[in-house]
Design a protein around this ligand. Structure first.
Ligand code: 13P
Length: 252
């Protein structure tokens, strides 16, 4: 059985006063069977890690939102996998569509970042997903297959890599694919992983859905048999909404 994962991507949001949102949520969800992950901006990782160590019984994890392919060196403004690990992160989001499109990141670069993350014991959450135009032209499965093949490193399954399917047109728009569409893509991804890594090892990889997840649509999404959790943007900034999403994940 794969443990279900509720991951919050705060993107470029969050100041020190928002630490309380995380410690409050960690307190409310102390007994949750769902694994809970916060990926705040890099400036908050260390303060959150410190605040969480003061809480008993919480298993909330912290992650970065990107890392460099190199371990260290002359890369002004970048952050390394080792630095993320050093300040308390255990996960890192890679290849988010906002980085693919805003920073022109290609599959090959994302794969190299994932390899570096694994080297420093960070679990990569590799994001894939089609644009609205791809969806309109029935290219979704081709795009997702190419992204999977090219951005997920060999050995990923042994090390517990996570894949997040995030249709670009659903991110921050309030639109979501139909349940059938989510099912189709997740089933396709699962099959591809089984073929590449072998059905037993491939089964270790968790598949998240991301794109306009909120308390009102969480339950039907989490009932999809191949959805192991969610990567949540906007709704994760409100601890009550994120907590309701975690509850839905824990009860479906
Ligand atoms: P929203 O939940 O705001 O649509 O963002 C999804 C996302 O990009 C998570 O990585």
């Amino acid at each position: 059985m794969r443990q279900r994962l509720a991951a919050a991507n705060w993107k470029m949001n969050g100041l020190s006063r928002n630490l309380w949102d995380i410690t409050n949520l960690a307190e409310w969800q102390k007994n949750s069977l769902v694994e809970i992950l916060f990926c705040p901006p890099a400036t908050l990782i260390h303060p959150i890690a410190k605040a969480l160590t003061g809480l008993t019984g919480t298993s909330v994890q912290i992650g970065g939102q990107d890392c460099h392919t190199h371990a260290s060196g002359p890369h002004t403004g970048d952050i390394s996998a080792e630095m993320l690990r050093d300040c308390g992160a255990t996960y890192v989001i890679l290849g988010h569509s906002e980085r693919r499109h805003g920073h022109n990141e290609q599959n090959i670069l994302i794969r190299a970042k994932a390899e570096t993350a694994l080297r420093f014991n960070l679990t990569p959450i590799i994001c894939i997903g089609e644009s609205g135009e791809d969806r309109q032209h029935s290219r979704t499965l081709d795009i997702v297959t190419e992204q999977l093949e090219q951005s997920v490193p060999d050995g990923a399954a042994d090390k517990g890599v996570v894949i997040a399917y995030e249709p670009v047109w659903a991110i921050g728009t309030g639109k979501t694919p139909s349940i059938d569409q989510i099912n189709d893509v997740h089933m396709h991804i699962r099959k591809k992983l089984d073929t590449r890594f072998g059905s037993e090892t491939g089964q270790r990889i968790r598949l998240l859905y991301g794109g306009s997840v909120k308390p009102s649509n969480a339950e039907p999404i989490f009932q999809c048999p191949y959805v192991d959790g969610a990567l949540v943007g906007g709704a994760s900034l409100d601890p009550r909404k994120f907590s309701a999403i975690i509850d839905a994940l824990g009860s479906t």
